[in-house]
Design a protein around this ligand. Structure first.
Ligand SMILES: [Zn+2]
Length: 242
């Protein structure tokens, strides 16, 4: 369930550090799972160089979060916290991961972000996804081309163009995110303060998902950016629900 495996999924989500997926798109992952899709979570690093917690504590927290997320598996590629960049070696690891799990839909970070590992993850997954389908790529596994890549937002964002209503799943998403206890506000902690450990962090987070919700007329939503344009064959059915 937690190590490297070959479980095939419909949806594969790549986060730079354990906690990125729950914070940015946990509601969507919960919703997709509830809709019957097979969902895999991949952490690209162990977050071992973060200001708070250790590789070990973050692994235990990721396991606790997985219990709540109910995904089909979670694995960690351990590609090096604070040095996550698009290099040939790391690209091969991500390509082989995509080929093992054969997803149709892939999620990862947005291309620009305050954290260099998040930008590194976006470039790495984008390029690996393209090359995963290349027959002569120097990587093991059968070539596989996922259909779409959607980017989620951690700090910086572009104007989103895909929204998912997560109202029903918001409470569970927050519960899963709070499994990463070392990362968030704890008055008894003696570890360095960070952007995430501010007491007002949860209110800021709620404001973001409420705002996305307001933009599509629901209580809470998660939002994404997709490079491709959306083709519509039947605007009446899509926009008028007929
Ligand atoms: Zn992160």
């Amino acid at each position: 369930m937690f190590g490297i495996n070959s479980i095939q999924v419909d949806v594969l989500a790549f986060g730079a550090h354990p906690d990125d997926l729950e914070l940015a798109m946990g509601g969507t992952l919960l919703k997709l799972k509830a809709q019957g899709y097979r969902v895999g979570l991949v952490d690209l690093t162990r977050g071992e160089r973060g200001s708070r917690g250790t590789g070990q504590t973050r692994e235990a927290e990721a396991k606790a979060a997985l219990e709540i997320m109910g995904a089909d598996f979670r694995e960690n590629l351990d590609l090096g916290d604070q040095e996550l960049r698009d290099t040939p070696e790391r690209r091969r690891a991500v390509i082989e991961c995509i080929r093992r799990h054969k997803p149709q839909l892939v999620f990862t970070h947005y291309l620009q972000d305050r954290h260099p590992d998040h930008e590194g993850a976006a470039q790495l997954v984008k390029h690996a996804m393209f090359l995963s389908g290349a027959v002569n790529m120097d990587a093991s596994g059968e070539p596989h081309s996922p259909k779409r890549l959607l980017h989620f937002f951690s700090h910086w964002m572009n104007e989103p163009n895909v929204y998912v209503d997560i109202s029903e799943f918001y409470e569970r998403k927050i519960r899963a995110a709070k499994s990463y206890t070392t990362q968030f506000y704890d008055p008894s902690s003696t570890e360095p303060a960070t952007h995430l450990s501010r007491p007002e962090f949860w209110e800021d987070l709620e404001a973001r998902f409420r705002f996305f919700g307001v933009q599509i007329g629901v209580e809470y939503a998660e939002a994404f950016w997709m490079r491709e344009k959306i083709q519509v064959d039947d605007p009446v059915a899509l926009f008028c629900g007929q």
